[in-house]
Design a binder for this molecule. Sequence first.
Ligand SMILES: *[C@@H]1O[C@H](CO)[C@@H](O)[C@H](O)[C@H]1NC(C)=O
Ligand SMILES: *[C@@H]1O[C@H](CO)[C@@H](O)[C@H](O)[C@H]1NC(C)=O
Ligand SMILES: *[C@@H]1O[C@H](CO)[C@@H](O)[C@H](O)[C@H]1NC(C)=O
Length: 321
Amino acid sequence: MPLPTIFLLALVQISLVLAYLPPNYEKQTASAKQEILWGQLRQSPYPAGRLPVEGPSALQAAQLLVPTFLKGSFNCANDEMDYDSRKWKIIHTFGTCAKATLRPFANSTYTGVFKSGAPGIIRLSAVRIVADNMIPSMGFKALIDGVPSANFHNVFSPDGQGLNKNFFANNVSNIIPDSQQTPLQVVAVAFTATLRILSIWPSEQPEDANSMPLYEQSSIETSGKVVPKGKVYAPWRIDYVPNPAIGYSPNATEDFRVKIAETPVGSVLYTLVAYWTRAQAEAKTGGVAIGELVLDSNFIASAYCDQGLFLNHASKRWQKE
Ligand SMILES: *[C@@H]1O[C@H](CO)[C@@H](O)[C@H](O)[C@H]1NC(C)=O
Ligand SMILES: *[C@@H]1O[C@H](CO)[C@@H](O)[C@H](O)[C@H]1NC(C)=O
Ligand SMILES: *[C@@H]1O[C@H](CO)[C@@H](O)[C@H](O)[C@H]1NC(C)=O
């Protein structure tokens, strides 16, 4: 093993030992939690020029086909991975993290964090790292005073944008198109099987693996205030439209994490365009700009960003109230 690899492994291990969140973490305010997570993210940066690209083995990846394994992605509400079952993120393995704020426009009629806004952590990752295909995905953890966070997962297309290296070349969305590739279709089937064991009420389960629903995020404000039942107004689909000003050359030769790190603090990263119902989203009518995701810090690619931070998947189906 060449020396740098040994060094890197040691670094990762040492940094993860330091990475436990304090026991009273969850009870703190949203902004305090943002600072605590940011402190962890900054403690374990990868050394310059040594960003890891080697993902999980085929054997580890095969766990994705096991619904009880995948179930952990939905049922664990923590902001940090469960250390006892420490594992790589099998997809979205490598990314880069920063502080960001969800800032709704004053005219947003959606509820929960789409009305209150929320401080949080953004994670930009590649679904898989492959030389000839950029597959952008974006996760955002909206922090809530005193209780678990509301998380968002968004992907462009599981099949990626090919040779275009610009991470910000395409929209990402909570509703993702079907993959045209057989291995990913198999994963989608396993993911759907997982959804079926999430709740005993089929009407509460997300429709399918292509929909990462936004009902839970529309049910709670960043202050912890719960939106009364019957008053939740949740979008079925959100397109996150990247700010063209932060895009970069489709021919960039550097790693996406290096290019993203050049984004100026304070930039608008994405504008959120919401569609209330599935019918509207599919007809591409009624889309309304409801807010922005704004960058509050520089981006850091770190061991904690890849192996510590955890963004659970929402498990409750979209509903019209
Ligand atoms: C809401 O406000 C934003 C920002 O000011 C604007 O871009 C958007 O068009 C407005 N939406 C509606 C429905 O007026
Ligand atoms: C990106 O999303 C916006 C808002 O929904 C939409 O108008 C636009 O067509 C999308 N871009 C592409 C290339 O699909
Ligand atoms: C990227 O490379 C292609 C092929 O070499 C070239 O046609 C295109 O002009 C380049 N684009 C930019 C923005 O540099």
